[in-house]
Structures are given as structure tokens and as C-alpha cells.
Design a protein around this ligand. Sequence first.
Ligand code: BV8
Length: 239
Amino acid sequence: MTDLRFKNFERIVFFTGAGMSAESGVPTYRGAGGIWREYNYEDYACQRAFEANPEKVWDFHDKRREKVSSCDPNRGHKIVADIQAKIPNTVVVTQNIDGLHQRAGAKDVVELHGSLWRVRCDPHEVNAKRENIVREDFTVPMSPRKCDCGSYWRPDIVWFEDQLDHRVVRRAREAIEECDLLVSIGTSGVVYPAADLPRIAVARGAMTVEINLEDTQVSHMYKHRLRGPASEILALMAG
Ligand code: BV8
């Protein structure tokens, strides 16, 4: 039986999804009570919807800010941060926008889909020079909704049909190319290009583990599939 405990590895990548934050009370996307079951992303979480009705899109994201700010990192988040502190070449690559990895103490988290706690002003023009300003913002509700240039701040989130930031994707690729263990935690693996990234670790012959409550569309590609709540399985691997 392969000993999957973290202490046997030197370059670990944690690849996380909404299931990582489920035990903190943050709703997932597709599971029971999932966001996309209640809200159609085409009305609340895409560039078209934002241009058509920025107030409505901000009302939706303020609800998410309220919810996430009422949640705390769970034991799983803390174990991931703790392992990163103990095994320096540990990188957290997340699809989550909730910032709970960082609140648990994880450093340099690679946020593939952006963050609920960052805003940007794309059309920001100073003296006809376009400059995209991006800044952290932890106000709940988000205020003021408009930048001093008069445009609406936009959540710095990668919505569907948005391109991912190529610099962020490169950081994720580099970490996964070098890892000797990739642990996928709480993701259904249905959204691309994120769902493709763990394949790099498989191709490199790294040890690959999928932690999830149930089988997913991508379970077949993992050497080990550990079933149960993320925090419990992580505690076993941290033993
Ligand atoms: C793009 C931020 C170029 C937003 C998100 C190739 C094939 C098919 C389609 C495409 C393709 N390439 C591109 C596409 C289109 C699209 C896509 O992938 N569509 C899918 C639905 C088929 N991709 C895009 O649009 C991407 N951009 O490609 O740009 C382009 C441009 C124009 C036209 C085409 C292409 C951008 C995608 C990013 C979207 N943003 N999030 C927001 O939050 O508002 S995606 C969002 O869903 C998450 O970030 C995550 O990435 C994804 C999946 O969610 P999960 O995190 O996995 O959560 P889910 O609820 O699904 O699952 C939870 C899992 O946890 C379950 O398995 C459950 O069992 C488990 N679990 C629950 N509790 C626990 C647990 N496990 C353990 N313990 C527990 N306690």
C-alpha cells in the first residue's frame, strides 16, 4: 500500500475547488444548494450581464461577499497552510474565489478564477491613456460601486467566457510540471481550461490523489481516489 502521507513528498500541489470550502459553509457551484442551481450565470456572472446591468451583478456579488465573510477557513484549509509552511515547495492552485486559503495562512495562492475580494476598472482612462487598475476591496457590501473615473468597478473574477490570466495559468502549469504529488480536493472537474491542468502531473508521472465525497468525471485519471470530507482525508494524509 503506497504511503500517501505528505511527509513522503517534497513538491506538493494542492488543486482545489468549491468542495474545499463546503465544510466552511460556502455553497458549492453544482452540488445541493449550488450557486448555479439557483442563479443563471448568464444573468449574474458574465461580462454581458455586467455591461447590461452592473447594479444587478453587484447585488449578486454582494450576497456572495456577505456569505463568505460570515464563514471561516475549515480544518482542511488550515492543514493545507500548515503543510505549505512545513514543506516549502508546496503550491496552492485554486478555482475558488473566496480567499479562505489565504485567511488560513496559505501564501502565494494561485487563483485561477480570480477573487471575490479584488475589483478592477477596465475602461479606466487617464489622459486618454487606458490603464487597468486592480485593487483589493473587502467592503461588504462593496462600496463605492463606481471608480472616480465614473465607470463601475468590476469584480476581478474570471467569469464564463472570460480568458484566464495567462500569467496565472503559467504559474499553475510550472508548479504542476515540477510537483511529485498533486492532490485534487473538492472539484467536479467540469470547467476548462482549469480541469485540464492536473493532466500535466499525470503525464509527468507524479503521484496523483483525488479527494472528493464522490466519483467525478475525471476520477479515472488519478492514481488514488480517496472518498470522504476534505478535512478528514487531509488530516489522515498529514499524519
Ligand atoms: C474560457 C468563477 C475562452 C466565477 C468559474 C472546453 C470544453 C467545453 C467547454 C469549454 C472548453 N473550454 C472553455 C469552455 C467554456 C467554459 C467551460 O468550461 N464550460 C463548462 C461548464 C463546460 N470555460 C470558460 O468559459 C472559461 N473561459 O474558456 O475562455 C473562451 C472564451 C469564449 C468562449 C469559449 C472559450 C472560464 C471558466 C471559469 C468560470 N468561472 N468560477 C464565479 O465564481 O462567479 S468556474 C467555477 O466552476 C469554479 O471556479 C470551478 O472552476 C468550476 C467547477 O466548480 P467546482 O469548484 O468543481 O465546484 P462544483 O460545485 O462543480 O463541485 C464541487 C465538488 O466538491 C463536487 O465534486 C462535490 O462532490 C465535492 N465536494 C463537496 N463537498 C465536499 C466535496 N469534496 C470533499 N469534501 C467535501 N466536504
